[in-house]
Design a protein around this ligand. Sequence first.
Ligand SMILES: [Fe+2]
Ligand SMILES: [Fe+2]
Length: 229
Amino acid sequence: MDHKPKSFPLVNLETIRNSPHIRKYLGIGDQYLEVIGTIQHDEPHANLVAHGTREILLKLGYSQREAELGAIAGYLHDIGNIMNRYNHGLTGAILSFNLLRELSMDAEEMAIVMSAIGNHEENTGGNPVNNVTAALILADKSNVHRSRVRKADPASFTPRDRVNFAVESSCLEVFPEEQLITMKLKIDTNICSVMEYFEIFLTKMILCRRAAGALGCQFELLINDVKLL
Ligand SMILES: [Fe+2]
Ligand SMILES: [Fe+2]
């Protein structure tokens, strides 16, 4: 009988990106969101969040491997939209469980990725239960931009469309020495006032503050160079 511990292949972001199933699910999920008129959650969003999550963890001194798990969770985080927009964090976590098991990913690593996906939305708790989850929340919620709005007619905009459409630039900066994470937005106040942004995105910003805290950092929100948080 073989008593050697079972070794698992290291799954990385490239493994995930090269899976035709995963790419297809992300694409179809985004098509379904187009049907219901929600902003884009396409592959560029998945890539941006993957990159952002990895960068936050690396800048704060976490290991390369933890940052890679962050990139995987970032890429997969919206995959649950293929089932339903509602609770897509939870369904995405379960879907990822099956996809990652097929790739023979290590159980502990799978748990980290699944928890990050399952906690990235405010309506299902959004608890930063580990470093990867906290970084993913910050990377996802900072991807606000007019390019994500699909609708051409402003009269058909939802409040979330209007806020996204108003954002001309957004970036997240990490200052490890100061233990500070800053979200900087430039918004066109003719489209949406700062107050309106804050009203609509307040719960997301509270989530970000909690996530930054879990990483040992303060969270700062600057809109048009004015500090709001
Ligand atoms: Fe999401
Ligand atoms: Fe997202």
